[in-house]
Design a protein around this ligand. Structure first.
Ligand SMILES: [Zn+2]
Ligand SMILES: [Zn+2]
Length: 303
């Protein structure tokens, strides 16, 4: 796949067979709840598994595998990958390759999901389902493909999903499966997708990033801190996406706690100079422009 060729939906093709499971999960969630009725216990289970797996999305897929903003052991790297794929958003290699492309081409003609260029539906969900984005450009993720266990998990990324479904069913029957997987996963999908779509549309930019990324408190609440998306586009190598104490970033708080017990380390945060440069409200200062905004990811090994 040539990633420098336009990947946006000039003439997208969708295979009904490949879309069917995605649509079916929505149908089961809605019909299941309507048929079996509302349940507070079910809702609590759905919310709990939403946030546990959102951590897998934000700390795993995004801040670790896509941007390598912190370091960890090879064992925890694998556990993060397993937790991430229970969100049913394909393998970590696919996710990271497409996300790295998004940063390279944000809101430019070949951005894989640009709300500004291609509208809400495409940037929110259609780009994931389009046949043209099925493949993974391995050149973008050579720092990850060197781990055989990650390549194996990529091939069997639905295995943890099935295992989670079986555990839920055995523990709590159909209702636990309905709320714990189907309802929770539909919410988790759309919660995650808002960052690709709405976070390039609603909220305010703090930094001049050359794209449409915004900071949104409400989307940060929904996504454990990913709503500080303009901060993130400005300085993607930071583990923290909330740059100030009032920018709620639960993913970073959990990673910070894990660093205290040695599970992760080398968390990266921006310096005061980086945080105060390149503000949209200020005129361009030469010394501010000179501050590097690294887009490339670190490639150090897990240990
Ligand atoms: Zn990113
Ligand atoms: Zn973005």
């Amino acid at each position: 796949m040539n990633v420098d060729a336009p990947m946006a939906p000039r003439k997208p093709h969708f295979s009904p067979l490949k879309m069917a499971p995605f649509i079916l999960v929505h149908v089961v969630a809605v019909v299941g709840v309507v048929a079996s009725g509302f349940s507070w216990k079910g809702l609590a289970l759905a919310v709990a598994l939403y946030f546990v797996r959102m951590f897998g999305v934000t700390a795993g897929y995004h801040r670790y595998f896509s941007h390598r903003t912190f370091r960890t052991s090879r064992v925890f790297q694998f556990l993060l990958a397993v937790l991430a794929v229970t969100s049913t958003q394909k393998g970590v290699l696919w996710w990271a390759a497409h996300h790295r492309h998004h940063h390279k081409a944000s809101d430019k003609p070949n951005d894989v999901h640009s709300m500004a260029r291609d509208g809400f539906l495409w940037s929110h969900v259609a780009w994931i389902l389009a046949d043209q984005n099925d493949g993974t450009d391995e050149k973008r993720i050579s720092d990850l493909t060197r781990y055989p266990e990650l390549r194996w998990l990529e091939k069997v990324h639905l295995l943890p999903v099935v295992a989670m479904g079986v555990v839920l069913f055995l523990a709590g029957g159909w209702k636990a499966l309905l709320w714990g997987y189907f309802v929770s996963t539909v919410a988790l999908w759309h919660g995650t997708f808002t960052i690709n779509s709405l976070c390039h549309y609603i909220g305010k930019p703090r930094y001049r990033t050359g794209d449409e990324s915004k900071n949104s408190f409400w989307l940060a609440l929904l996504t454990m801190g990913e709503g500080w998306h303009n901060n993130h586009h400005y300085y993607p190598r930071s583990t923290a996406q909330g740059f100030y104490w009032w920018e709620i970033d639960p993913t970073f708080y959990v990673l910070k706690a894990l660093s205290w017990v040695g599970v992760v380390w080398d968390l990266h945060v921006p310096s005061e100079a980086v945080k105060s440069a390149m503000r949209v409200a200020e005129p361009v200062a030469p010394e501010a422009v000179a501050i590097p905004v690294p887009l490339e990811v670190a490639t150090s090994d897990a240990e």
